[in-house]
Every structure is written in structure tokens, then in C-alpha cells.
Design a protein around this ligand. Structure first.
Ligand code: HEC
Length: 164
């Protein structure tokens, strides 16, 4: 019985490490959240200078808090921003649609762990190979620096979209 439990624990550990090994990890230790496309929509967005069409999604903790108007968001909140190259629809050129995948970014809330960057951990994974962005953990300075102007909104630019 004891032995079976031990074998079970070892199998779980091995399975866990295989799953973890498949996920790319940013230089600050944040691993890609593989289920970001099944999270709830926070808002779409479009960035003219980059020609990117985006969707921002959030895990349950984040979206529940955003819907309730909470600010700052609680620990455990994770937001993803997924970007594609914007393209004209071939059959209807005034319509813009997502083309090639560009990147996915995450903001992970842990007020204590990430207290130097507004309570948020940042990560970016680029292109179809999901290459972790940044030479070392200092890349977060670039992310945080640009999010500082929205400090009063918990460093978030995006507000949850309104629907009837
Ligand atoms: C030059 C400014 C700039 C930099 C640098 C930047 N961001 Fe943002 N970020 C924005 C803006 C503006 C938005 C609003 C939505 C959009 O642009 O599509 C945003 C939105 C986000 C969102 C969705 C939540 C929100 O605040 O709206 C995430 C997640 C995010 N950024 C992660 C990152 C990460 C990770 C990095 C660094 C690797 C980063 N950002 C660097 C400007 C920036």
C-alpha cells in the first residue's frame, strides 16, 4: 500500500515536470499560462503604430473583480493580452481581422512578490515559437515604465467592456 502511494507520488511528480518543461518561462520565472484563450474577454484593442489587433482576457479571479469594479485587483488575478497582425479581409477589405500571431503578454498579480512593480509580474512570449522576451529579469522595467501613467487604475490600461 505504502509502495503504491510512493509510486503514485513519483508518477505525479514526473508528469508535472513534463508539463512544466513544455511551457516557456520568462527570465523572471513566470511561465506561459497555456489556457489564456479559454479565459473570459476583458476587451479587444487595436494599436495603430504596431498594426496589431488584440484581445485582452482574464482568469476568473481577475474578471470577477473587474466586473465588481474592484481596484486594485486581488492576488491571483492574471490578465493576458494576445496580439495578431491586423489584416484586411480578402473578401471585404474594409473589414480588419487577425492575421499572423504576434505575441502574448501576461500581468500576474501578487502584491508582495511583485511589490517593486506595482504588485504585477510581467511576461511576454513572442511569435509562434513563444520565445520568452527579455535578456534577463530587468526587462520588466520596460513593461512597468510604460504602465506607470495608469497607476491610479492599478497599472491597467484596459477597462472591462460594457455589455447590456
Ligand atoms: C510603450 C508602452 C508599453 C509597454 C512598453 C508595455 N505595455 Fe502593456 N500595455 C500598453 C497599452 C497602451 C496597453 C493597452 C492595450 C493595448 O495596447 O492594446 C497595454 C496593455 C497590457 C496588458 C493588458 C492589461 C492592461 O493594462 O490593459 C498586458 C497584460 C500588458 N500590457 C503586458 C505588458 C508586458 C508583459 C509588457 C512588457 C514585456 C508590456 N505590457 C509593455 C502599453 C505598454
Amino acid at each position: 500500500m505504502r509502495r503504491n502511494i510512493l509510486v503514485g507520488v513519483i508518477l505525479l511528480l514526473v508528469a508535472g515536470s513534463v508539463v512544466a518543461a513544455e511551457r516557456p518561462v520568462a527570465p523572471n520565472g513566470i511561465a506561459l499560462y497555456p489556457d489564456y484563450m479559454s479565459w473570459k474577454v476583458v476587451a479587444p484593442s487595436y494599436r495603430e503604430d504596431k498594426g496589431h489587433i488584440r484581445v485582452i482576457t482574464g482568469n476568473n479571479i481577475a474578471v470577477t473583480a473587474l466586473r465588481a469594479g474592484k481596484n486594485p485587483l486581488p492576488d491571483g488575478s492574471v490578465l493576458a493580452k494576445v496580439a495578431w497582425k491586423a489584416e484586411k479581409h480578402p473578401s471585404f477589405p474594409v473589414a480588419t481581422e487577425p492575421g499572423a500571431f504576434a505575441q502574448v503578454e501576461f500581468m500576474v498579480k501578487d502584491a508582495r512578490k511583485y511589490k517593486d512593480t506595482g504588485g504585477w509580474g510581467f511576461a511576454r512570449f513572442v511569435g509562434n515559437s513563444l520565445k520568452p522576451y527579455g535578456k534577463d529579469a530587468n526587462f520588466v522595467g520596460e513593461c512597468f515604465g510604460c504602465h506607470v501613467p495608469v497607476a491610479s487604475n492599478d497599472y491597467l490600461f484596459t477597462k472591462i467592456v460594457k455589455t447590456p
